[in-house]
Design a protein around this ligand. Structure first.
Ligand SMILES: [Zn+2]
Length: 100
């Protein structure tokens, strides 16, 4: 499935995007502030979560296996994540996504 970065007021959205970014602050508090997870959704409406690139200098000292599992739990209860291109909110709901 592809997420949709929608137009918002006078700002043009990015359209269909392959993944969204979820910050870890919501479940990891300050330890995961500015730590991002890449979230994808398959055609069976199952979320997959991996660590976003470029933050390994910090995250190598964390138990990311554990945090990725946590992130996968939390993503189901979240409504929005960030567009990787423009950082606007993008709906996580499968109903808001389109098939590939
Ligand atoms: Zn966007």
């Amino acid at each position: 499935m592809k997420f949709i970065c929608e137009d918002f007021e006078d700002k043009k959205g990015c359209g269909q995007i392959d993944y969204v970014l979820m910050e870890g602050y919501g479940f990891g508090d300050r330890m995961l502030e500015d730590v991002y997870f890449k979230v994808t959704l398959n055609d069976d409406k199952e979320y997959t979560v991996v660590e976003a690139e470029g933050q390994e200098d910090y995250t190598q000292q964390l138990n990311m296996k554990y945090w990725i599992k946590e992130a996968h739990e939390y993503v189901k209860s979240y409504d929005f994540a960030e567009c990787p291109h423009c950082r606007e909110d993008v709906s996580l709901a499968p109903e808001s996504c389109v098939k590939n």
